[in-house]
Write a protein that binds this ligand. Structure first.
Ligand code: PCA
Length: 320
């Protein structure tokens, strides 16, 4: 008996001595499926490690603003974080391919693009001491406006919410005026008149109650961008092997679960937009043609600027 008690006490001491707590900044709100997927990931890690690794999520940019999350992980201000992958396209265009219009427009294509990107991105991130854990796609991006958009000309002059450089370029090429706004700030940006149109997923449309400020939604499905979760390599290396394995296993499960959640939301959140009074309409052939022409122009300038590794990603993807 004495022996058992002693063992239990020693075990408790050992686990508490090695227990780690991680703070994890993320850019999107608690209602976002990405955040919910990450909360489940944290629960899975906690369960698999007997609370040896306890990840606390700080959502909606509350710990670090979105633009600073990557460098916060890099400089070990936090061990782990999530961000929108294509935001890094200014570092290498390989990061931005999922936000190039009409390159990958379905989940199947998005999955193939991620397979092509993954080895290159893993190497790019490794050079900065970062390790990717998992990446999850948003539903395909659609167009939110007041009134129906029949041709690209109808976008001319609209104050257009953007979330990365590619969307800024896209909006500008249609004649709209892009304004950078983080997802949690969308309702305020519309209510104050800072913006009057946007391209984002049905998920973000519902999460920001788009029916309060726009009347129409068109699933133009022009690209399927992704979020990524990265960990600082040195911090990861400092974990014992069992914990490392638990993190990697939970990450693989989270990637799979996240894509399934995304697919489910593509339908359910579009339905929710309609239920709340938004008119959902298929884009006209003229509109699609006009948007595709913008996409072609963007890909040409992408190719002119792309690094060899970025071009290799596109070649691998096109060969699939
Ligand atoms: N929602 C995020 C990124 C892409 C998406 O669907 C946003 O609008 O910021």
């Amino acid at each position: 008996m004495k022996h058992t008690l002693f063992c239990a006490a020693a075990f408790a001491l050992a686990t508490s001595a090695t227990a780690e707590s991680w703070d994890m900044p993320t850019p999107y709100g608690d209602a976002t499926f990405h955040t919910q997927n990450i909360m489940q990931f944290a629960d899975d890690v906690r369960a698999a490690t007997d609370s040896g690794l306890d990840i606390t999520i700080h959502s909606a940019g509350s710990l670090f603003p979105h633009a600073e999350i990557k460098n916060a992980v890099r400089s070990r201000q936090v061990p782990i974080g999530e961000f929108f992958l294509s935001r890094l396209s200014n570092e290498d265009l390989a990061y931005g391919l999922d936000s190039q219009p009409f390159v990958a427009t379905s989940y199947d294509e998005a999955q193939k693009l991620w397979e092509a990107q993954k080895p290159v991105i893993t190497e790019l991130l490794a050079a900065e001491g970062l390790k990717p854990l998992f990446s999850v796609a948003w539903p395909a991006q659609g167009l939110y406006t007041n009134g129906e958009i029949k041709t690209v000309d109808d976008l001319n002059g609209l104050r257009f919410r953007a979330y990365n450089a590619a969307l800024e370029e896209f909006a500008a090429l249609t004649g709209a005026a892009p304004v950078q706004v983080e997802a949690p700030d969308i309702p305020q940006a519309f209510s104050t008149g800072q913006v009057e149109a946007m391209i984002t997923s049905p998920s973000t449309g519902v999460n920001s109650t788009a029916w309060d400020f726009v009347t129409h939604y068109s699933p133009i499905n022009a690209w399927v961008p992704k979020n990524i979760v990265v960990v600082n390599q040195r911090v990861f290396d400092g974990l014992d092997e069992t914990t490392q394995n638990a993190v990697m296993e939970a990450a693989a499960v989270a990637e799979k679960r996240g894509w399934e959640m995304s697919k489910a939301e593509a339908e359910s959140k579009t339905a929710e937009l309609a239920e709340n009074g938004i008119t959902v309409y298929e884009p006209s052939p003229e509109l699609v043609e006009g948007l595709q022409a913008v996409g072609t122009k963007m890909l040409e300038s992408w190719q002119a600027k792309a690094s060899d590794s970025a071009k290799a990603v596109l070649d691998t993807y096109n060969a699939k």
